[in-house]
Design a protein around this ligand. Sequence first.
Ligand code: SAM
Length: 322
Amino acid sequence: MTDFAFATCLVGMEPALKREVARDRASLRFAYSRPGLVTFRTDGTITPEDKSSSGFARVWGRSLGAARDPEDAAHQLAAVGAQRLHVFARDSEVATDLAAWAAAIPIEAGASQLGDLVADVIVAPGEPAWLGLHRADAYHLPYPGGWIPVDMPSESPSRAYAKIEEAIAWRGLPVAAGHVALEIGAAPGGAVLALARRGLEVYAVDTADIAPQVLALPNVHHLRTKVGALRWEELPERVDWLLLDVNLAPQVALHEVARLVPKLRDHLRGVVFTLKLNDWAFVDELPKLAERIRQMGFTDVQMRHLPSNRREICVVGLRAKR
Ligand SMILES: C[S@@+](CC[C@H](N)C(=O)[O-])C[C@H]1O[C@@H](n2cnc3c(N)ncnc32)[C@H](O)[C@@H]1O
């Protein structure tokens, strides 16, 4: 028997996805790919409950195959018992007409509830759609295509506003007004703005300028220094959330923050690190890097390529509940 799994990802991240699957699921062999969509073949079974072995997959599930038009998709999906319909673009950066596909398939659309069997209809202009099935669980995000809706205000100086909001939504981080955040690599200040708007006291470490509209907020403090030169006296008494978003190789970036963690550990609730993957070989290092973050005292470490991530991945580490 041959079954197939499918994964969707940001266009351009297919090499990272394939590398992780080859490393961690040797029984899956690469079958087919289009930009933003990869399928794998196995002699075993792939159920809709199958778990992705890669944080680069936005959606992962059982692959059903191509549908030449909306009526064909409706016909094929009629037999599978799906409770929810997710129609989305294969390439999230390309304007794609989804309406005809959604209209032809009589399954309820919208955000999934835990346990729903979800039909994925992956659409690209001028092509057959690709069909898949997944079970909505804690790993799968509820919106079509693994999307996370974020309203980024026009005054945000960077897309990092969306990255931190997506991380908060993905892990349900208990970020609250009155908490203190320290961000290493904070300029021009998108993430700082998001946290300041949530009422946190935010310390922004960067040698570069923080945008004036962000710096003007009373709860934003700029520490104009390299992380390696940061002095203890400059840090607040207590830090709840530590963020890292520097354009350095991940090993180097983690080495820099490792120096700070012991001093902050007693109060830290969690860390949100954006690791840059300028070299695909860094993908092979991710399990080791996750282990290093665990050794810093964060027992629950998960990685995910968030909708606003580019050639990078988000790692969230949480302390055990005390
Ligand atoms: C991707 S940007 C950060 C975007 C930012 N998080 C935001 O929300 O807008 C990377 C930043 O890392 C900073 N950076 C690079 N090396 C650094 C270091 N050793 N210490 C502090 N900041 C550093 C750069 O100056 C740059 O502003």
